[in-house]
Design a protein around this ligand. Structure first.
Ligand code: ADP
Ligand code: MG
Length: 679
């Protein structure tokens, strides 16, 4: 029997060429992958309520009988409206449907159905366009899949049903029995059946627990293996001496926190095995200077250093500031990005291969095939959370066990940092350079936007610059969210005579760079942007930021955005425009407004939303987990971590019964898309 992950999706009944493409699009090119494509939600039809007891304005299911044949009329504007009254014997419910001519034939007088929707209290209890189903659904919890145009959740669910029937019996479980017993986890087969078609909410929980545990375990084991793989001898030792001569080049005095981080890094690189360090420092804490200070002794000792940044903008900015600092001191720097002309890049690559270049700065272009180093001694990744673990490893492979330094501005709660960066030692920059003023943050509703715009204008009048952040919307998405261009038009009208420019991810790199350069040099006053500016951009004169639909961002992301301002000598202001007034999102935004401390924000976010938010947002640079993104349970995470440690220490993982689990680890860390699974 072939592995289900090798069984193409078209081997399922009803999946032809066209559907195959759609299944591939949603990440399920094989039967095995489909089984690991978990529902994103469930509709619980299993507990219908009496009409009178159903809560208002929340989705619920009621059981009721059609009292009278539905009546249909055409309303002004040409829409078809159908009304129908249903009853559960005690109370009536008025249903209204629009533009569905089949309703009268689907809802039979005298028959009983389940109706699912929100009940409102307008003129008696009413539901607009509820979903409905025959009574037989009464016990069902219906999975909701991430559908796509042409492939509905129902079609996916049907295919999953077929796929489940192909599971071999008995099915090998990557978690062997003794381990499952030890952590009270169900068998994989049971978990797969119940994650897709749970018999009850309890069964769903049992399935989820098992699958999330497995994801965390695989992640932890992978990270621990990476760390173990680097317990090699230090091939690039440097003298354990604080780089005073470098500090003397800087136009400012390093903060205590920066000095400590530099000393720790130097000590690492002078030690027995290569450095493996994470510098965690809030935005603006001066990580770049620490990185440069650690490059210095490496380059002085005759090795090369590489600094990789996630965007061209950031790479160019690093190149500008670091080459200005280091070139006069005799260190040759070079920039490697996708938009540098091929001939120029080739020339730079040659100088790099000959060892003439001391510091190579670039985007992931640095891990390109044509780039070779002469003697790479130190690899630095900036804004680490934007890179995958495998990219970090790929750059390191350009040298013989170089030292590794990763920098991240995403403040992560300590409990999670240990797990996410379990393979790294950590230095925290918990001190901002002197003279920084705290950003003042306000939270407003969209009705106050005009007033907020006038406030922005005041900053512009004083010669400052500003950011207006607009969420990146998916094509065809609505719900009160504007796309960048529409928003920019509105902004241009609202700020006549102001130089407004637009920056978003879909622009060509060279274009983006031009926009950023104009802004950095003060030619542009207002920058309308998506979260492209989130990462690392440094324009001290920009002192005001307005963030539209602030509720759409994770708190860490908001914190990163806000970190773009408050970088100069001026009082800076952040204005959050809340596009939703749901209590949950307002609570989060209020909390965010109340503090500038990134770690406090991260801790609070962890308490409010659980670790799922962290693992779900791809803010960590770890391989993507499928279910753990919704995990609220920190205990489970910690249990999985303990389990991983035990398996590694006892050498268990090498045994035959862990073959499938080893395969899962390999796949998680080698994955480019989410298309392979071990099944
Ligand atoms: P981040 O940690 O967000 O990457 P940067 O390295 O971009 O921060 O530094 C932010 C700004 O602070 C830069 O303009 C940098 O020159 C400046 N800076 C860094 N360290 C100090 C310091 N010790 N004193 C004054 N300014 C500093
Ligand atoms: Mg930075």
């Amino acid at each position: 029997m072939p592995l289900l992950s090798d069984l193409p999706i078209q081997s399922l009944k009803g999946v032809g060429t066209q559907r195959t493409r759609l299944f591939e699009k949603i990440g399920a090119p094989s039967v095995g992958a489909l089984l690991r494509l978990y529902p994103r939600d469930y509709q619980d039809w299993s507990q219908p309520l009496p009409i009178a007891q159903a809560p208002l304005d929340t989705v619920c299911v009621v059981r009721a009988t059609v009292a009278r044949k539905p009546s249909q009329v055409r309303i002004p504007g040409g829409r078809l409206m159908c009304r129908c009254t249903v009853t559960d014997g005690e109370s009536d419910l008025h249903l209204t449907f629009f533009n569905n001519k089949y309703i009268p034939s689907l809802l039979e007088e005298g028959r009983t159905y389940l109706f699912r929707g929100k009940i409102s209290a307008r003129g008696g209890r009413a539901m607009i366009s509820p979903e409905f189903s025959g009574e037989e659904k009464a016990s069902a919890i219906v999975p909701v899949y991430p559908a796509t145009q042409g492939l509905t959740s129902r079609m996916i669910s049907h295919a999953v049903g077929n796929a489940l029937s192909l599971l071999p019996d008995p099915l090998d479980d990557p978690l062997p029995l003794p381990l499952r017993e030890c952590y009270s986890l169900c068998h994989l087969g049971y978990a797969l059946e119940n994650i897709h078609f749970p018999r009850s909410m309890e069964d769903l929980e049992i399935a989820r627990r098992r699958l999330i545990f497995e994801e965390f375990l695989v992640l932890q084991l992978g990270l621990m293996q990476i760390k173990d793989g680097r317990q090699e001898p230090n091939l690039h030792p440097i003298p354990n001496r604080y780089p005073e001569d470098f500090a003397a080049l800087l136009p400012f005095r390093l903060t205590g926190a920066q000095q400590r981080a530099i000393a720790q890094g130097v000590a690492d690189m002078a030690g027995k095995s290569p450095m493996n360090r994470l510098i965690q420092g809030d935005v603006g804490s001066g990580k770049t200077a620490v990185a440069a200070a650690l490059c210095w002794p490496v380059i002085q000792s005759g090795c090369q250093a590489a600094l990789m940044a996630p965007t061209e903008i950031l790479a160019a900015q690093h190149y500008q500031s670091l080459s200005a600092l280091l070139e006069p001191a005799g260190v040759r720097c070079a920039l490697f990005t996708g938009s540098i002309p091929a001939a120029e890049r080739r020339k730079q690559a040659e100088a790099l291969a000959r060892g003439e270049t001391g510091l190579a700065i670039g985007t992931h272009a640095l891990i390109g095939e044509k780039i070779a180093f002469h003697n790479l001694g130190l690899v630095i990744t900036d804004e680490q959370h934007r890179f995958g673990v495998n990219q970090r490893v790929a750059l390191a492979q350009k040298g013989a066990s170089p030292h590794l330094l990763v920098m991240s501005a995403t403040p992560i709660p300590r409990t999670l940092a240990l797990m996410a960066y379990g393979d790294l030692d950590v230095s925290v920059l918990d001190e901002l350079p002197p003279g920084r003023r705290q950003v003042e943050t306000y939270l407003i509703g969209p009705d106050k936007r005009e007033r907020a715009f006038r406030y922005v204008q005041k900053y512009l009048d004083e010669g400052r610059q500003g950011y207006l952040i607009c969420p990146l919307v998916e094509e065809g998405e609505t719900g009160g969210v504007m796309d960048v261009e529409t928003y920019a038009t509105l902004v241009r009208k609202a700020f006549p005579g102001t130089v407004v420019d637009v920056l978003h991810g879909k622009m060509k790199p060279a274009q983006k760079e031009r926009v950023m350069e104009n802004f950095a040099e003060g030619r542009t006053q207002l920058l309308v942007a998506t979260t492209v500016v989130e990462v690392g951009v440094d324009v001290p004169n920009a002192a005001i930021m307005l963030i539209e639909n602030a509720e759409r961002y994770g708190l860490s992301q908001l914190h990163q955005l806000r970190g773009r301002i408050g970088r100069g000598a001026w009082q800076s202001t952040g204005i959050l425009v809340a596009g939703s007034d749901s209590p949950g999102s307002l609570e989060r935004l209020r909390l965010f407004k109340s503090t500038n401390d990134g770690f406090a924000i991260a801790d609070a976010d962890l308490k409010l939303r659980g670790p799922g938010d962290f693992f779900g947002q791809r803010q960590h640079g770890l391989p993507q987990l499928k279910l753990a993104g919704s995990a609220m349970n920190l205990d489970l995470l910690q249990e999985a971590q303990k389990c991983a440690r035990r398996l590694i220490r006892a050498g268990e993982l090498e045994k035959e019964e862990y073959r499938l689990l080893r395969e899962e680890i390999r796949l998680l860390f080698s994955r480019t898309g989410s298309d392979r699974v071990a099944l």
